[in-house]
Design a protein around this ligand. Structure first.
Ligand code: RIB
Length: 309
């Protein structure tokens, strides 16, 4: 592929309300927070920003509400080197919202109001089908209506656009959708929901990957948190460890991995090299708070990798 390979990302945009607490509230419990911020997020937008900052030629298909934060998010996405022509502003709807608790260990709990993201219907996808048809790869997640994800995958397939799906948040998916996916990137929980195989070690990861290959997916990357990634191509698997860093919070670590990974692949990096590049981007992201504020630029990823050599 040329260095000017095009990426389309389709997905959600959220305003993240992030509250840091000593521990997650139990049912009926109130916990006083330590720190609060509103930051731009949403799995689709985070992955688009990760790709844009890593240097991809990227267009983003998404929806915001006709509100102040929606307009500010659009402006920020442009500054992150993203073509926002396919980001629609939906009258009468609010921009999506994510309520995020982060505990002292840096783990998070997230509740979502879809808002304008629900307006990313199959009809909306069709309005932007040219973007998908002209792209070399289409990256999606599951905070958008499932029928729209399927519609986009079908358009991509018809135009030989590679489809990469980050199946988050976890849900079961139809064989029809899975059959259109070239690369899938579940974490352990998502892999279990898709395959019924609990992923506790490398053998489990290999079996879960085999189950996904059997659905027609050529390349499977199961993200394993601190243990790295299980990379399996047509049944040939290996674990590629990540980088060890001091995590502040893991919000958007997976999103950063996905955006950086596909950017590297579109530049022509080999799979293992692209995984290492994505590991570096995600490692930087977890050392910083929030979703998009934590996503690194290309110069930062390159500098991080140079320090490892
Ligand atoms: O993956 C992290 C994202 O999940 C957050 O930015 C939040 O918006 C939720 O969508």
């Amino acid at each position: 592929m040329s260095t000017h390979a095009k990426l389309a990302v389709l997905g959600s945009i959220n305003a993240d309300h992030i509250l840091n607490l000593a521990h997650f509230p139990r049912p009926g419990e109130t916990v006083i927070g330590k720190q609060y911020q509103i930051a731009f997020g949403g799995k689709g937008a985070n992955q688009a920003v990760a790709a844009g900052r890593a240097g991809a030629d990227i267009a983003f298909i998404a929806c915001v509400g006709a509100d102040d934060i929606g307009e500010r998010i659009r402006q920020q996405l442009e500054q992150d080197r993203i073509d926002i022509a396919p980001v629609e502003t939906v009258e009468g709807e609010a921009t999506g919202v994510a309520m995020i608790f982060v505990n002292a260990e840096g783990e998070n709990n997230i509740g979502i109001y879809s808002g304008a993201n629900a307006a990313l219907t199959p009809a909306c996808v069709v309005r932007h089908q040219q973007v998908i048809a002209e792209a070399d790869a289409l990256l999606m997640q599951l905070e958008s209506p499932l029928e729209s994800v399927l519609a986009a995958a079908e358009i991509a397939r018809a135009h030989h656009t590679q489809v990469i799906l980050n199946p988050a948040p976890a849900t079961q998916l139809s064989d029809a959708l899975l059959s259109h996916i070239d690369i899938i990137t579940p974490n352990e929980t998502e892999a279990e929901i898709l395959t019924g195989i609990a992923v506790k070690n490398d053998d489990d990861a290999a079996r879960a990957a085999a189950a996904l290959h059997a659905k027609g997916i050529n390349t499977v990357l199961i993200t394993l948190g601190r243990r790295g990634v299980w990379l399996s191509v047509a049944g040939e698997g290996e674990r590629i460890p990540g980088f060890s860093v001091q995590a502040v919070d893991t919000i958007a670590a997976g999103d950063t991995f996905n955006g950086a990974f596909i950017t590297a692949r579109l530049e022509g990096m080999a799979l293992r090299e692209a995984v290492r590049f994505a590991h570096a981007a995600a490692a930087i992201a977890v050392t910083r708070p929030g979703a998009q504020p934590s996503v690194p630029w290309r110069t930062e990823i390159d500098a991080f990798l140079q320090q490892q050599d």
